[in-house]
Design a protein. Structure first.
Length: 124
């Protein structure tokens, strides 16, 4: 998975916990919206989690030290995930509810543009 990391404050580097939480959240999105799900011994639990992610439109992961990771899908015309946007933050100064709303709106805008301009998908 390719990730782009930008700190939200000048001079602040993303901590390992935040990177891990955002990557786990993105993985949850791909499991829920991707194709070719892999069978796993925890398949019923994973299926329930995938259903929850699809229903709410984003994945939430609670990581170490209270870090929260969120990810939402950028959808192809088929309804599968063409990509995902993910963010993570620590309990101090990170409003997960607001972040989820902004993340879903950003992903919806990218999804709309991809559907309007299918040539963008072939360039990926």
């Amino acid at each position: 998975m390719d990730t782009v990391r930008h700190p939200h404050r000048p001079g602040r580097r993303q901590r390992a916990e935040e990177a891990r939480a955002s990557e786990w959240a993105a993985t949850g999105v791909f499991r829920a919206f991707g194709t070719g799900a892999v069978a796993h011994r925890d398949a019923p639990a994973r299926s329930a989690e995938a259903d929850r992610v699809r229903d709410q439109g984003f994945a939430v992961v609670r990581g170490a030290n209270g870090v929260t990771g969120l990810a939402a899908p950028v959808l192809a015309a088929s309804g599968t995930a063409a990509g995902a946007l993910a963010v993570a933050g620590t309990p101090s100064g990170f409003d997960a509810g607001r972040a989820a709303a902004h993340l879903r709106a950003a992903c919806a805008a990218v999804t709309r543009e991809l559907r309007r301009s299918p040539a963008l998908m072939s360039a990926v």
